[in-house]
Unconditional design. Structure first.
Length: 439
């Protein structure tokens, strides 16, 4: 069966073939591609819109990759450029897919099918849902911080936190149309199924979990190896991710645990800056980075926070093995891959009980939950993992067991192939038993 994927970002193989640096995001997409190619039941092609590239086609590691030229400027969801539509139609004409799988509802791809510009039986994977994330974007950051932590960069670009939230609301308009005008979706949690029902009650809902990157299957957390008071958090990029809540929790714990530390990659804050350099950074960095930096100084956390540059899969595994606890303080998530990776490795996890997280863990068994934004309860849950070896080991074992079952490669490949077969026979009256429908 010939299946065409539309993706928001270039896969690593595609990026390197074009001479570009691979994106660290969406690691589950190339993992699934590799598994489907190895299975041999699917002939796979992937199309991605790329700026400053001509239309092209290239085969790498058993996958046909198409580059579709993306017009300059922002794409108007209400009026897609004809050149863009023509580029994707050319892909269809050449590859002749029986099914199209669109990864994500956030970009314009779902409008190609929703508006009838291209006509192939299509299914869309739900990743995040901007419509909901926009509500939680500010993450409880106080109004005073929104106003007084704005930097010169924010004023010049008019791109502070408030403007960023407005931009998310605008993106959500196009996403709601994607949900309303397409008929089949793949999800993983009660949360995404509920919001699909809210926006499109008649849509078909298929459940299929995700394949995690290979290094996370190959290793197992050991309490003897982990640093007793070390925390790993995978994102401090914007308020929705809740890193400021974690900092406040660490401030409550640092007197009891003087060697407590938080490790996080891709951090934009700059607590090491002093004097004129600090003033310069306060001008050129984003307001949220300034807010985190000032919070670190105010709570005297400079020696307790360890920022890293980009971490590849191997680096993430090493951090998870060294950490006593993985913390997910986000204000909303669907099925975060960072949590799935931590569970597969077996690092004890403390998570905000938001969105699809309760579909991934059992509170008190495979993770400890806390109310979003509540630094006191977060601190107490971290403390439990620090002081009680039995709790830490129990959480590790149960999380690893759940994740191994949920992210079993063979099961996921079989389910995905069945979904594609169901979509290829979309006009058939007989529906496979595994299909879940959101009615």
């Amino acid at each position: 069966m010939k299946v065409l994927w539309l993706t928001n970002n270039l896969t690593p193989d595609h990026a390197m073939a074009l001479g570009q640096v691979p994106s660290p995001r969406e690691g589950w997409i190339p993992a699934l591609a590799q598994a489907l190619v190895a299975d041999r039941r699917i002939e796979l092609a992937v199309a991605t819109s790329v700026r400053d590239q001509n239309w092209s086609s290239i085969s790498v590691n058993g996958v046909r990759y198409y580059s579709v030229p993306q017009p300059k400027g922002k794409i108007d969801a209400h009026r897609l450029p004809m050149s863009l539509i023509a580029g994707y139609q050319r892909v269809l004409d050449e590859f002749q897919p029986q099914v199209m799988h669109i990864h994500g509802t956030e970009q314009f791809h779902g409008l190609l099918t929703g508006k009838g510009h291209i006509r192939v039986p299509s299914v869309l994977s739900i990743q995040g849902i901007i419509d909901v994330c926009a509500r939680h974007y500010l993450g409880g950051v106080p109004l005073t911080a929104l106003l007084f932590k704005r930097t010169l960069r924010d004023w010049v670009r008019m791109d502070g936190l408030l403007e960023q939230q407005v931009a998310w609301w605008r993106r959500a308009e196009g996403e709601r149309e994607v949900f309303a005008t397409n008929s089949a979706f793949i999800g993983r949690t009660l949360w995404d199924q509920a919001h699909l029902r809210r926006m499109n009650p008649s849509a078909r809902y298929f459940h299929c979990d995700e394949i995690i990157r290979k290094p996370f299957y190959r290793t197992k957390w050991d309490i003897q190896r982990a640093w007793r008071h070390q925390i790993f958090c995978s994102s401090a990029s914007y308020p929705l991710k809740g890193f400021h809540v974690l900092l406040k929790a660490v401030a409550l714990l640092k007197d009891e645990f003087p060697d407590i530390s938080v490790h996080t990659p891709l951090a934009r804050f700059y607590p090491e800056a002093r004097g004129w350099r600090r003033l310069w950074m306060n001008c050129r960095k984003m307001g949220y980075a300034r807010y985190l930096t000032d919070l670190i100084h105010a709570e005297k956390l400079e020696r307790h926070v360890v920022p890293f540059p980009y971490l590849d899969a191997g680096g993430m595994v090493e951090e998870l093995l060294q950490a006593r606890v993985f913390v997910l303080p986000s204000f909303i998530e669907n099925s975060p891959n960072s949590l799935a990776e931590a569970m597969l490795v077996g690092t004890p996890a403390v998570c905000a009980g938001v969105g699809g997280v309760p579909s991934m863990v059992r509170d008190g068994e495979s993770a400890l939950l806390f109310p979003p934004g509540d630094e006191a309860v977060l601190a107490e849950q971290i403390r439990r993992v620090f002081v009680d070896n039995d709790t830490a080991v129990k959480l590790s074992m149960q999380a690893h067991r759940m994740a191994e079952e949920r992210h079993n490669v063979s099961r996921i490949v079989n389910t995905m192939v069945e979904i594609y077969q169901a979509m290829a026979t979309v006009n058939s009256n007989e529906e496979p038993a595994f299909v879940r429908q959101a009615r």
